[in-house]
Design a protein around this ligand. Sequence first.
Ligand SMILES: NC(=O)NCCC[C@H](N)C(=O)O
Length: 410
Amino acid sequence: MKNPINVTSEIGELQTVLLHQPGEELENLTPEFLDRLLFDDIPFLPIVQKEHDYFASVLRNRGIEVLYLTTLLTEALNTADVRKQFLKDILTESKIFGDASYDALYEYLSSFDTEQMIKKIASGVRKSEIDLSKRVHLYELLEDHYPFYLDPMPNLYFTRDPAASIGNGLTINRMREKARRRESLFMAYIIKYHPRFANEEIPIWFNRDFEHSLEGGDELVLNKETIAIGISSRTSAKAIEHFALNLFNGQNDFKRVVAVEIPKSRAFMHLDTVFTMVDYDKFTIHSGIQDTKGEMNIYILEKGTNGEILNITHKTNLLETLKEVLGLKEVVLIPCGGGDEITGPREQWNDGSNTLAIAPGVVVTYDRNFESNRLLRENGIEVIEVTSSEISRGRGGPRCMSMPLVRKEI
Ligand SMILES: NC(=O)NCCC[C@H](N)C(=O)O
């Protein structure tokens, strides 16, 4: 059987991808908790679902196998013991310890079949759902004070971030923000218990119990020897070093990790919101990540002579660094919104640079970013547009909404 995970580039023909269809978790967003739940607005769910279904159909029409997160997790939790363990882990990570709310929640969630239980965990549990007689603490009675026993997980549809396929292994990530930390538990259970993965030797290059955060939006597989990784508001230098050491000490062809420092801001939360690969020698870029002289901080991490210490080389020019690590004479950087001072940031805000390559020179993008799309086409890229009026409100584009599991080697 072929490897269930195999990703040695950003652009090799996409064969299998993991998505999550947004569900009722989006209907548990209220203005008061938007910041905490990492949303900027409240999307209209039926349209989000329609747009997401369209995105999935575009991928299927290109022959790509589309898997869904909740389906895989339902299939993974196929024994009573594993299901119980998962529920305990979720409740513990939701910081509910051995009091009445834990027992009441455990009992409530256990009453659903596995698929509905997972959907309920994703959508969150309101205090009003638990019978009043089971609520014994003052804070449980105060529904207005804080309405949830279990917070919703509205960011689940950004499957790119909690885990990332690298070679025939993956990183199962520690998420920076509390609102997203439980998400990678879903992947941990899928990899450990789903029949598609459980009997395979899948190396884990980074695990979610590490104390510093790493997120998939920052992880780009440039080729079978080179990873690019954002040093961002979500991914820390210590996590990158830990990941690089594990990768270099594992069985694979990777030789270097190119760590790219990006500004720590909401608009640029991950490297893939400002930089993606669209062809062998072409990348999108948002000009806001470089200083006025076009420079930035880039560090190439390579295996050192002592197993615990890496060789680190500092660079400042992205174009030159890409040419060097990819062994290319020319590289083209395609600026988001043409680099215009208004169009650039406007389209970047709605993920104009966040392209999903499904083959070399073929990308899926949001239709609303018409200037960036025009420029991609002008540079010889085939652009497949998907509708994006509501789905874009979660601040993630086609790359963020997809976790490639298998790509053809290039
Ligand atoms: N790779 C990405 O940039 N993912 C988008 C994540 C958006 C989500 N609302 C978040 O703030 O984490």
